[in-house]
Design a protein around this ligand. Structure first.
Ligand SMILES: *Cc1c(COP(=O)(O)O)cnc(C)c1O
Length: 451
């Protein structure tokens, strides 16, 4: 395999939309770079599918060996508008040629304000809003907590079982799962309390309203509304295994928060930007967050995140209390403006629904013939299967790893998830073709049949 510069394909939609394996996966060039990676990068920074990418777009990732892999993960729900989406690339190039940085809190620029205006318009809630920009999802979650505490004068934050909110110190405390996210990294931030989630598949048929009563009772007994600054929740849990709470759970929590002057923070980092077939997952049940945290899909792959919410809450922190050197970087803002235009104008919300129908049809078909698939769940282009022992119903993490590995070897980049490590999740770019998605699901079917 050669890898001279002129053989490197151009990204975006000019890439052939095909599964093509010209070596084993990973191929010899990737294995060479992996050896260098292992010598240069700590093992804590793992790589799920150890191929090294040179181009990506539509629904494919092309590696240094010339393999064209099917992307069923979007780099964890980031490249919803497509990888190297042409309008994002053009916006990034134009902005980079003008200026790359000023630090928004030193001298401003219009792009930041434009992204804030767009989010204030798009995030649900018929009230005056403000948006502050940051770099990562975790950083935005931390800032949402700062803002809620500043506004309420209270300290306690309620997070849920199976929650994932990031890897910084406060967000590790907010995240439920120890391995790999927290183990050995304590002590963690105080005043974080955990309530029981609604997890229909493992909940014995507890309704959304009942699950909410259960969680609210825990909060009232163990923390007290008067001490609670915020409830922080993912409308559909991401890393936790695409746990979709039973209908009525989120609205009941929202009503309790509202009645008790508790700030409702919706973490839409993974679910946001058309992913679930609505612009935001909370729209499905008409739940309005006081603060909404976004990141991942917001800027077509550039690092950007945001907290959007009620003006009076957002304006609680003093001047200078919010910011960061790179927060709302001008290139990331230019990318976000282009990405948001694409979400709104290219029919990507509808496309997410179509992808959802295709995913669910195929996966439900597999589940009907394979009792190891205990559950097919999710919404829009965010769908997962939970793999279990058909006799006991116990989570089968080993099977999950084998199937994921088989998919990777056959050229489909799938991601796993779940508190019990037994979930395979599908988050394809919304620019993937039906054909390619079908081929990707053929690979999943074959992996299930073989394992
Ligand atoms: C990924 C994720 C985060 C953290 O985002 P980073 O950009 O990785 O810091 C927070 N919340 C949810 C729901 C996520 O999926």
């Amino acid at each position: 395999m050669t890898s001279t510069i002129h053989t490197v394909p151009i990204g975006g939609p000019t890439l052939a939309q095909e599964l093509k394996l010209v070596t084993e996966v990973p191929g010899p060039r990737s294995r060479e770079i992996l050896a260098r990676k292992n010598a240069a990068v700590p093992r804590g920074v793992g790589i799920n599918v150890p191929v090294f990418v040179v181009a990506a777009g539509g629904g494919v990732l092309v590696d240094v060996d010339g393999n064209s892999l099917i992307d069923l993960g979007s780099g964890i729900a980031v490249t919803g508008v497509g990888n190297a989406a042409p309008s994002v690339v053009a916006a990034v190039a134009a902005q980079a040629a003008q200026f790359t940085h000023t630090c928004f809190t030193i001298t401003g620029y219009e792009g930041y304000v434009e992204v804030a205006e767009a989010l204030n318009r798009l995030v649900p809630g018929d009230f005056e809003k403000r948006t502050a920009l940051f770099n990562s999802g975790a950083e935005a979650v931390e800032n949402a907590v700062k803002i809620a505490r500043s506004y309420t004068g209270r300290q306690a934050i309620i997070a849920f079982d199976h929650a994932y909110h990031g890897r910084t110190n406060l967000t590790m405390a907010l995240t439920a799962k120890s391995m790999p996210y927290k183990s050995g990294f304590g002590p963690f931030a105080p005043e974080v309390y955990r309530a029981q989630m609604s997890y229909p598949y493992r909940d014995g048929g507890v309704s959304g309203a009942e699950a909410a009563r259960r969680a609210i009772s825990q909060i009232e007994k163990q923390v007290g509304a008067a001490n609670t600054a915020a409830i922080l929740i993912e409308p559909i849990q991401g890393e936790g295994g695409f746990v979709v709470p039973a209908d009525g759970f989120l609205p009941a929590l929202a009503a309790w928060a509202n009645d008790n002057d508790v700030v409702l923070i919706l973490d839409e980092v993974q679910t946001g930007f058309a992913r679930t077939g609505d612009m935001f997952a909370s729209e499905h049940e008409g739940v309005i967050g006081d603060l909404v945290v976004t990141a991942k899909g917001i800027a077509g792959g550039l690092p950007l995140s945001a907290v959007t919410g009620r003006a009076e809450i957002m304006d609680a922190p003093h001047v200078g209390g919010l910011g960061g050197t790179y927060a709302g970087n001008p290139i990331a803002c230019a990318a976000a403006i282009a990405a948001i235009a694409s979400f709104e104008q290219d029919g990507l919300v509808e496309r997410a629904r179509e992808i959802g129908v295709l995913l669910r049809d195929r996966l439900s078909g597999l589940a009907s013939k394979d009792p190891r698939i205990g559950d097919v769940r999710g919404r829009g282009a965010m769908v997962a299967i939970e793999l279990v022992d058909p006799v006991t119903g116990d989570p089968d993490a080993a099977l999950t790893s084998r199937i994921a590995a088989a998919c990777h070897a056959a050229g489909a980049v799938v991601l796993t998830a779940g508190t019990y490590g037994n979930v395979i999740r599908f988050l394809p770019p919304l620019t993937i073709s039906d054909d390619l998605l079908d081929t990707g699901l053929d690979i999943v079917a074959a992996a299930l049949a073989a394992k």
